[in-house]
Structure formats: structure tokens, C-alpha cells
Design a protein around this ligand. Structure first.
Ligand code: SF4
Length: 96
């Protein structure tokens, strides 16, 4: 069983060493300013990342409103989080 706090997968991340603004765009005041072009570049990097599943699992344990993580936008992650909760509830209902 994988340790939930094991972040060794990060050493194989495709985004390792890349500037954070690619994934989390910020304006001069430190507010999120994620442009569509940055999103597309970041999403393409995620597509070839060997640890995208681990990244997404880790990200879904937090509520991060901004940026590209695990190959998804923040909105896509919110949908995925809801989908996983629905699925877990269905599994519990079947098992009860
Ligand atoms: S999926 Fe994307 S954000 Fe996550 S580690 Fe890979 S490249 Fe980085």
C-alpha cells in the first residue's frame, strides 16, 4: 500500500525545475492571473508526465483553487473531486 505522505514521485515530475508561473500564473500583486496560453502549455507538459496520476491523487486531497495540477484545471479538479465522492458514496451504499 502506498504511503499517502510519500512524495518521492515528485522527483519524476515532468514539471520539476520549470517555473511555477507556468502552472500558477500570478500577477504583480501575487493574485492569480492564469492566462489561457499558460494553461495550454502546462496541460501539454502534464500530458507527458509519468506521475500525473500520483499528482492528481495528491492534489485532490487538497482544495487548490488555482493552477494546473495533475493534468487538470482547477475547475476540472473540482468536478473530479465531486465525481470521486459520488463514486465512493455509491460503493459504500452497495457494500452496506
Ligand atoms: S501532472 Fe503536471 S503538475 Fe503534476 S507533476 Fe506532472 S507535470 Fe507537474
Amino acid at each position: 500500500m502506498r504511503n499517502l505522505h510519500d512524495h518521492a514521485w515528485r522527483t519524476r515530475a515532468e514539471c520539476r525545475g520549470l517555473p511555477l508561473w507556468l502552472f500558477y500564473g500570478f500577477d504583480d500583486g501575487g493574485r492569480p492571473d492564469h492566462t489561457a496560453s499558460c494553461e495550454q502549455i502546462a496541460l501539454r507538459i502534464c500530458q507527458r508526465c509519468p506521475v500525473a496520476a500520483e499528482c492528481l491523487d495528491d492534489e485532490l486531497r487538497h482544495v487548490n483553487q488555482y493552477g494546473i495540477r495533475g493534468g487538470m484545471t482547477a475547475e476540472e479538479r473540482r468536478s473530479e473531486r465531486r465525481r470521486r465522492k459520488r463514486r465512493a458514496r455509491q460503493v459504500r451504499e452497495v457494500a452496506a
